[in-house]
Design a binder for this molecule. Structure first.
Ligand code: NAD
Ligand code: WQD
Length: 366
């Protein structure tokens, strides 16, 4: 008998696939909905290869309420949702904002409507540290606590703040309406998880990030420098007020992040808190140069880089204050940024074409 059945939207994507794997490893059944816009169905095979259990997979669009209705109707055991499906490229979000609002906000509304029709009342939502914008504008807000005022500086971040608001309003309304009607209301709950900088891959080397387009995040780009696909990394700004002049981020291993979703889901089911926001980060900041150094060490040679102008919209420091998640969820990161570098390199070195090729036999035998 499964611990529960979870609908994972965006479950073939990077963080979604690791969370689906972790759920299966902890006795949940998993139903994935993904339109494969930025992922591949091979992720489902890799999940099964690692844990011996296969999630159910539906190729469907999260903005398609009728398709979601059909998934809930066919899988009445679903009792909770983890909602990853979204567009996530910060730069692109400023170029095609309507598409970002349609998919991210519209998709979340369709999902909440469908959940409500099928009486599925727990939702864990992929928010982002980007909702805080430049937290350095507030004294005493670094590392960043959940109480830091929100102030996203790009369209993508604004979609996340809007979705947090939509979820909060809906859950609170459902609770109030049920209460007034003398009906049970405590089953309506939401976790807003604000991730810092997810990175790394599965230690087996057979599951990792495999986006459809060109990466723009630091560690995937460094991976491409290490394999020779790129000749160097551009370091965006060395004039920040940090120890080496480069910007500080809180890098969190994707396996730790996946575990955080399980902890949040258990908390919703056990404590029925209504709506809660938690930072998922390590509380440790690393500069860009520290990351280059750590990854170079794993690869075994100095990776070439060149100093460039600051990237527009970047901020000095995004480091989490993770105390709330540590205390309430009993969750904290177990893995370091160095572990993430090691696992990322094992993934990149062994799977230069990502999921478009079979993993090496020696990794499968290990
Ligand atoms: P990802 O692109 O790998 O995963 C997103 C998945 O959603 C993909 O599989 C994609 O195909 C799917 N998808 C996109 N539009 C869809 C639609 N209309 N219908 C159904 N599926 C759709 O990205 P990720 O890094 O795994 O991010 C997962 C979530 O976490 C996103 O909501 C993202 O905004 C959030 N997040 C990511 C990061 C990060 O740095 N990776 C940081 C903070 C928050
Ligand atoms: C990290 C650091 C760059 C590339 C983004 C989103 C955020 C969240 C996570 C979704 C920065 C520097 C990078 C390069 C560099 N995603 N850098 N050269 O910008 O912190 O966060 O991903 O929610 O919303 O904004 O991550 O990996 O792009 O950059 O010097 O070629 O590396 O300037 O300081 P970021 P990143």
């Amino acid at each position: 008998m499964a611990v529960g059945t979870v609908l994972v939207t965006g479950g073939t994507g990077y963080i979604g696939s690791f969370t689906a794997l972790t759920l299966l490893e902890h006795g949940y059944d998993v139903v994935i909905v993904d339109n494969l816009y930025n992922s591949s169905r091979v992720a489902v095979d890799r999940i099964e290869l690692i844990c011996g259990k296969r999630p159910l997979f539906y190729e469907a669009d999260v903005t398609d309420e009728a398709a979601l209705d059909a998934v809930f109707a066919k899988n009445p055991a679903i009792d909770s949702v983890i909602h990853f499906a979204a567009l996530k490229a910060v730069g692109e979000s400023g170029e095609i904002p309507l598409e970002y609002y349609r998919v991210n906000v519209g998709g979340s509304i369709a999902l909440l409507r469908s959940m409500t029709k099928h009486n599925v009342t727990n939702i864990v939502f992929s928010s982002s540290a980007t909702v805080y914008g430049d937290a350095t504008r507030f004294p005493n807000m670094i590392p960043i606590p959940e109480t830091c005022p929100l102030g996203p500086t790009n369209t993508y971040g604004r979609t996340k703040v809007m979705i947090e608001t939509v979820i909060t309003d809906h859950i609170e309304a459902q609770r109030n309406n049920n209460k007034k009607a003398g009906q049970p209301y405590e089953q309506w709950n939401a976790a807003l998880l604000r991730y810092f900088n997810p990175c790394g891959a599965h230690p087996s080397g057979i599951m990792g990030e495999d986006p459809q387009g060109v990466p723009y995040n630091l560690l995937p780009l460094l991976g491409k420098v290490a394999t020779g696909e790129r000749d160097k990394l551009l370091v965006f700004g060395t004039d920040y007020a940090s120890k080496d002049g480069t910007a500080i981020r809180d890098y969190i291993h994707v396996c730790d992040l996946a575990a955080g979703h399980l902890s949040a889901l258990s908390y919703l089911r056990d404590k029925k808190p209504g709506v809660r926001a938690w930072n998922l980060g390590s509380g440790r900041g690393s500069t860009v140069l520290e990351i280059i150094q750590a990854f170079s060490k794993v690869v075994g040679r100095d990776l070439p880089y060149e100093v460039a102008e600051r990237r527009q919209g970047d901020v000095l420091d995004l480091t989490a204050h993770p105390a709330l998640a540590n205390e309430e969820l009993g969750w904290k990161t177990q893995l370091t940024m160095e572990d993430a570098c090691k696992d990322l390199w094992r993934w990149v070195e062994n799977n230069p074409k990502g999921y478009r090729q079979d993993p090496p036999a020696e990794l499968l035998e290990a």
